[in-house]
Design a protein around this ligand. Structure first.
Ligand code: ZN
Length: 131
């Protein structure tokens, strides 16, 4: 493992999020490379300092104020329609669905002899046959 790879993995190493093999490889590199070991120590101490900070607590009634403000917000009709449409798209438009829809449109729009007959509706260059 090289320094660049270790640099990418070092945060996950500190957090214990690597696989066993990756942990061993990073540990081996850190024992042999002073630059990466220094980066590791710096990151580890920074994360330890941050973990020791107290968490901020919101003031009394903060959630209620946010929720009341959200009730005041009005979303334009076109945005509501667009969000609904996008939601349907995310829910139903998988690649398979799109493929089936394209095939259905082709069946409806192309005459049967063009769709099923001899593949002549494709460009001759694509088929590599003389016409
Ligand atoms: Zn290194």
């Amino acid at each position: 493992m090289n320094c660049r790879r270790v640099s990418h993995l070092i945060s996950a190493y500190v957090d214990g999020e690597l696989t066993g093999v990756e942990m061993l490889e990073v540990r081996k590199h850190l024992s042999a490379c002073s630059e990466c070991a220094s980066e590791y120590e710096s990151l580890r101490s920074t994360k330890a300092l941050l973990a020791g900070l107290p968490t901020a607590k919101p003031r009394e009634g903060f959630s209620a104020r946010i929720l009341s403000r959200l009730d005041e917000v009005t979303v334009p009709v076109y945005l509501r329609f667009w969000n609904k449409l996008a939601g349907y798209g995310r829910a139903y438009l998988t690649p398979i669905t799109v493929g089936c829809a394209a095939f259905g449109i082709a069946v409806v729009l192309l005459p049967p002899n063009r769709l099923w007959g001899q593949w002549r509706w494709l460009p001759a260059d694509l088929l590599c046959i003389p016409i």
